[in-house]
Design a protein around this ligand. Structure first.
Ligand SMILES: [Zn+2]
Length: 207
């Protein structure tokens, strides 16, 4: 039984410069908002986040906490993650926004797959139920925002074909789905195909 390690973060500057991928990020979010894959839940709480790698570095830009419902983001709604430590559930960032505790899930994907430059984390209960255990799936015992979730992601990259399928389900985070790719177009194509039921589902392909 693992002990609970609270997510903490350290801001090193309060602003980030406008970044080239922001236009692409907003275009991707617009599509996700239309499909209600990100947005506001019944309690008015924003859900879902997207991120983009900063060039070929291990840094990345991610949408800030509670921005899920905003139609268009500016740099003040995003943070640039510049360091992280899974074991301590900690990250260092630049920007005015607050990084989500789900940022380390994105970090685990960038760390596991150098060819990935964009990550989408969305919520859809119907899709989640359909995909659960039929695409690479993190353990039900593991909640989002914990070091264990980052380790689960790393485990999937080592032990399943998630690198090729570019989609995973978080069993311990109801509705939680992650897709990724070389850019936002690829990552959002994966989720769109999944919502249309045109991805292959194999119970035992990845076990
Ligand atoms: Zn989530």
């Amino acid at each position: 039984m693992s002990h609970y390690v609270k997510f903490t973060n350290q801001r090193v500057r309060t602003d980030i410069a406008p970044f080239d991928a922001l236009t692409e990020l907003n275009a991707c979010r617009r599509k996700l908002l239309e499909q209600r894959l990100i947005g506001l839940d019944a309690n008015g709480i924003g859900f879902g986040n997207v991120s983009i790698r900063d060039g070929v570095t291990s840094n990345f830009y991610i949408t800030g906490s509670a921005t899920g419902g905003l139609p268009e983001l500016t740099p003040t709604d995003c943070v640039r993650v510049v360091a992280f430590d899974f074991a301590n559930n900690w990250l260092r960032y630049e920007g005015a926004a607050i990084p989500s505790s789900e940022s380390l899930t994105h970090a685990a994907i960038y760390e596991s797959d150098p060819s990935t430059s964009a990550v989408i984390h969305c919520h859809d209960l119907v899709l989640w139920r359909t995909l659960l255990d039929r695409v690479p799936t993190t353990s039900k015992a593991v909640a989002y925002g914990t070091p264990e979730m980052a380790y689960e992601i790393i485990r999937l990259f080592k032990g399943t074909n998630v690198r090729n399928r570019k989609i995973l389900v978080m069993a311990g985070h109801e509705g939680g789905i992650v897709t990724f790719g070389q850019n936002f177009e690829e990552a959002s194509d994966v989720v769109t195909r999944a919502t249309k039921g045109i991805i292959s589902l194999h119970e035992d392909q990845f076990s």
